[in-house]
Design a protein around this ligand. Structure first.
Ligand code: HEM
Length: 169
């Protein structure tokens, strides 16, 4: 798994400069982590096709479970900000992906992969806004560019449960 991530980082061109830009942006991301997380979940809840994964059997939103999940998502943001890429983090990402691709959630069943892709787009847009508001333009561009690469490396791991890697001859 760490090798898969390393190879994806190379493929998207996530280098030392990006890692430094991400780490420099970390305090700003952490400052906004709770708000970013709430934004994502509010977005999920505003569309029936994504809200249905957060409903109780009686059809109401399971707010207690949602609160717990906000902490999990905030943890992911925090560890991403540190560019954690060791063994432990890579298996954490894989397990996170499997829990979306293989575990039924509420009346919706498993989370469809296109919603995972859409969620990453939402995260990229939200982070881009935070950087544009909080950093000077060059630094904001560097941070957005680096985070875009990192989040899509994460997405490639999260999608492994849906599409196992194709072995080429
Ligand atoms: C950027 C993409 C996403 C990330 C990083 C993410 C992250 C997480 C994390 C860290 C957890 C908790 C740990 C776990 O159970 O493995 C979780 C659980 C969950 N996620 Fe996601 N998620 C993403 C996208 C989505 C989407 C698109 C949906 C549905 C619309 C979704 C629905 C859920 C549900 C229903 C749970 C389980 C809640 C529970 O049983 O308590 N997630 N997610």
């Amino acid at each position: 798994m760490p090798r898969f991530i390393r190879e994806m980082m190379e493929f998207v061109g996530l280098g030392e400069e990006d890692v430094t830009a991400i780490r420099r942006s970390a305090p700003l991301v952490l400052e906004h982590a709770d708000r970013l997380t709430a934004l994502l979940y509010d977005h999920f809840l505003s569309f029936p096709r994504s809200a249905k994964f957060f409903l109780r059997p009686d059809g109401e939103v399971d707010t207690a479970r949602l609160e717990r999940r906000k902490h999990s998502l905030a943890r992911w943001l925090r560890e991403s900000a540190e560019v954690a890429m060791g063994q432990e983090f890579s298996y954490y990402l894989l397990a996170m992906g499997l829990s979306h691709s293989h575990r039924a959630h509420g009346p919706g069943g498993v989370i469809p992969p296109h919603l995972m892709i859409g969620a990453m787009s939402l995260a990229q847009t939200a982070l881009g806004g935070v950087f544009a508001d909080g950093l000077e333009p060059r630094e904001a561009a560097a941070a957005s560019c680096a985070w875009n690469k990192l989040l899509l490396v994460h997405l490639s791991v999260l999608l492994l449960g849906y599409f196992p890697p194709v072995r080429l001859p």
